[in-house]
Design a protein around this ligand. Structure first.
Ligand code: NAP
Length: 284
């Protein structure tokens, strides 16, 4: 297949490029090559005659999204709308990367693909709008991921949680981490492999949750990082309410890959994936 990856140098984009390159003809587009919020700029997609377009571009600094709703919607909603419109015209499949933040967190157990979204912050609302635009192409996959960690680090967020924890520990800082928000940490290498299988197996179009298996709080995530690295920094659990942040976050946004489980494509446990990530980065 000819596959275009938008955001090819981002955290997930980098692993998508590495993973799909093995068996497909790939075109990676960086922010310099395309501005997703600008329809004219997106017309460049047509020149590549793709079978599949994967949109990883996002404005995802969650607190900043509250302050810049216009920019947030342009990139996270109008962007996928532009890409979907063009995909339809050239009969390509659209793949949009979405988030656990489309849920409100009130369920208190992992969300399935068919649970009703109800985002509680601007970022989540904009990504849900992106999902809805993407569905306008009958040939679409909406792939929800969460709490990503990948070797390239998130360009939009300036790294990832694992790197932040390691840096703080090495500087011998006291570390306080939220212990009442539950998430599904996900290795971008695993998410990329899952997405490749979804495309190659031609699974039915629709929404898929492609996180690693299991869930934890951010505090438990930090504990696991330090335990695997045999580091022992001063680490304190705190409540989310103790942080002064602009965006409200769901209390429980772990995802369950119910549909992938049926196809035996569920990714492995997040703890195993974390261990491999640390090895990939040369920490162990
Ligand atoms: N990171 C997470 O924990 C997380 C959790 C749930 C869902 N997601 C979703 O997963 C996807 C990938 O996340 P990631 O961590 O890989 O993000 P990332 O590292 O920030 O990558 C996003 C890529 O898109 C590019 N981009 C940003 N704005 C663009 C625009 N307006 N037009 C064209 N390209 C643009 C960025 O380029 P520049 O950096 O040069 O601007 C970057 O290469 C996003 O859709 C995000 O919403 C992420």
């Amino acid at each position: 297949m000819r596959i275009v990856i938008v955001g090819s140098t981002g955290q997930l984009g980098t692993d998508l490029m590495k993973t799909f390159r093995e068996d497909h003809e790939l075109i990676g587009l960086t922010h310099r090559d395309i501005e997703v919020s600008n329809y004219s700029s997106c017309l460049t997609l047509k020149e590549h005659h793709p079978d599949v377009i994967i949109d990883t571009a996002a404005f995802h600094r969650t607190d900043q999204c509250e302050e810049e709703p216009g920019k947030t919607f342009l990139i996270n909603a109008i962007g996928p709308r532009n890409i979907t419109k063009i995909s339809r015209e050239i009969e390509a499949t659209t793949i949009f990367i979405s988030t656990d933040y489309v849920f409100d967190g009130a369920k208190n157990e992992p969300y399935n693909e068919d649970d009703a979204p109800n985002p509680i912050n601007t970022y989540g609302i904009s990504k849900l709008a992106g999902e809805l635009f993407t569905k306008q192409n009958p040939k679409h996959y909406v792939i929800r991921v969460a709490s990503l960690f990948g070797a390239a680090g998130s360009s939009g967020k300036g790294g990832n949680f694992v790197e932040t924890m390691i840096t703080k520990a090495k500087k011998q800082e006291s570390i306080s981490v939220v212990d009442d928000q539950w998430i599904s940490p996900t290795y971008t290498r695993d998410a990329a492999k899952t997405m490749k299988k979804i495309v190659e197996s031609q699974l039915p179009f629709g929404i898929y949750h492609a996180t690693n298996k299991g869930f934890c709080t951010w505090f438990q995530f930090a504990k696991q990082i330090f335990s695997l690295l045999k580091l022992n920094p001063s680490l304190t659990p705190i409540k989310a309410s103790q942080l002064q942040v602009k965006a409200q976050r769901p209390k429980f946004s772990a995802l369950k890959s119910t549909k992938l489980l049926k196809h035996r494509l569920q990714a492995r446990e997040w703890t195993e994936a974390l261990s491999d990530y640390l090895a990939e980065k040369g920490y162990k």
